[in-house]
Write a protein that binds this ligand. Structure first.
Ligand SMILES: *Cc1c(COP(=O)(O)O)cnc(C)c1O
Length: 228
């Protein structure tokens, strides 16, 4: 099992290197629904960080902190904020003012977070509308404990492997890339926006081509999810 995971990590790294020879793309292993052993195998194989979707699952799995940064990438319920701030090095899923407010109130010192954008404006997903990203960040100085170090894009999954679908998804990625660059140009001291977290197993190569600096990979590293 760990050999397979190591092989997949190497394969993904090679593909990313081909697309971005100068480097600068981090690999996050998304370890939701994966065992502790599988998760550790990915870390040993050289991923840069680990992402979890649910606070409770992450608490159960990571009683001992992993040797790479641990980030939250799923929606944060406000009753879990205390545990989240104790456990995670970064919270990439700040998807609303409500979440920002709750995190800021609980934290005592600045913590890196990311603004989550709903790149496809899907009703089923949380996240700030891309058109409102600049305004959201401009007003973020009122949360002095949040340092917005990136944008995390959630995007529609391609429904099939047609060229039209590829074009549709790539357009969303292009748009998010532009929003990220525009927001960076504002140079808000509280929003350095070093990272653009974009791209999952099915579309990470397109995301790297669109400027992503962090891809979030589950299936392509670990295989299809069993059970759920
Ligand atoms: C599950 C998940 C991923 C990884 O999805 P795969 O398609 O398995 O690579 C990435 N980002 C978020 C927010 C997720 O929930």
């Amino acid at each position: 099992m760990s050999d397979l995971i190591a092989e997949q990590v190497s394969r993904v790294k090679a593909r990313i290197r081909r697309l971005r020879p100068e480097g600068g793309v981090k690999i996050m292993a998304v370890t939701k629904n994966r065992s502790y052993e599988e998760s550790l195998a990915a870390i040993r194989a050289g991923v840069d960080l680990v992402g979890e979707n649910r606070v409770q699952e992450a608490r159960d799995k990571w009683r001992e902190k992993p040797p790479v940064p641990l980030h939250l990438i799923g929606h944060l319920q406000t009753n879990k904020v205390k545990y989240a701030t104790e456990l995670f090095d970064g919270i990439d899923s700040v998807d609303s003012e409500r979440v920002a407010e709750a995190l800021n109130a609980r934290l005592e010192a600045p913590r890196p977070v990311m603004l989550q954008l709903n790149g496809g404006r899907e009703a089923s997903k949380t996240g700030v509308h891309p058109d409102l990203a600049i305004r959201f960040l401009a007003e973020a100085s009122r949360w002095p404990h949040l340092v917005f170090n990136g944008i995390m894009a959630v995007l529609p999954l391609a429904v099939d492997s047609s060229a039209a679908e590829e074009k549709r998804i790539r357009q969303f990625m292009q748009e998010i890339g532009e929003v990220w660059r525009m927001c960076r140009e504002e140079q808000f001291p509280w929003a350095p926006l070093a990272e653009l977290s974009m791209g999952m197993s099915g579309d990470y190569e397109w995301a790297v081509e669109a400027g992503s600096t962090m891809v979030r990979l589950g299936t392509v590293l670990f295989g299809s999810r069993s059970g759920i």
